[in-house]
Design a protein around this ligand. Structure first.
Ligand code: MG
Length: 191
């Protein structure tokens, strides 16, 4: 089967990692339960930053957020390794900017994610991502972002699964909480 994954906040715990970086850089101590209650993808409101300040903070921290020690979610690497071992085609589709694409690919490899060069795609805006996923006819696609899931869901042949996050709890798709539970969503033996 063709199985696609978003990266940030689907396979790796990027926002929570960024939340810690913000606390350090801003010399704050905003507790993690504030993070777990956020109702949008952006995290700056927890630090009382405006939209503009938030964008600036994100962009100035990007190098550290993307390419340092952001942890994959538990069992994400092992789960995808196992899917690949069983012969599934694994696709990664991220909206990370083009300029960071190749380094992201290398960084993901160093984390242990199995990646075939031609199945790694980056630099797509939400709408492009949706069109692309429809075009390559994935059997399954996993993402955290409401805008992407809502537009994709129910169209074409791709079954979409939402990676549980505080800002997507109102979405009515199959929902994965832990990567070790992937077999509850797809029959991974089937090719
Ligand atoms: Mg994401």
């Amino acid at each position: 089967m063709k199985i696609g994954f978003d990266i940030d906040d689907t396979l790796i715990n990027l926002r929570e990692y960024a939340f810690h970086i913000y606390n350090v850089k801003l010399k704050k101590n905003v507790p993690i339960d504030v993070f777990h209650r956020l109702e949008r993808v952006e995290i700056h409101e927890a630090f009382e930053l405006t939209e503009e300040q938030g964008a600036e903070m994100w962009n100035s921290s990007l190098e550290e957020i993307y390419f340092n020690a952001c942890p994959p979610f538990p069992n994400a690497v092992e789960t995808i390794q196992e899917l690949e071992r069983r012969g599934h085609e694994i696709y990664y589709i991220t909206s990370r900017p083009k300029v960071h694409g190749e380094r992201t690919l290398e960084w993901m490899k160093t984390q242990g994610f199995p990646i075939e060069g031609e199945r790694f795609f980056y630099g797509m805006k939400d709408q492009e991502k949706i069109q692309f996923i429809e075009k390559i006819e994935l059997d399954y696609y996993f993402d955290d972002k409401p805008e992407v899931l809502n537009t994709l869901g129910g169209k074409g042949k791709t079954t979409v699964v939402v990676k549980d996050q505080s800002y997507n709890r109102n979405l009515n798709f199959p929902r994965i909480l832990e990567w070790k539970d992937i077999e509850n969503f797809i029959d991974t033996r089937e090719l």
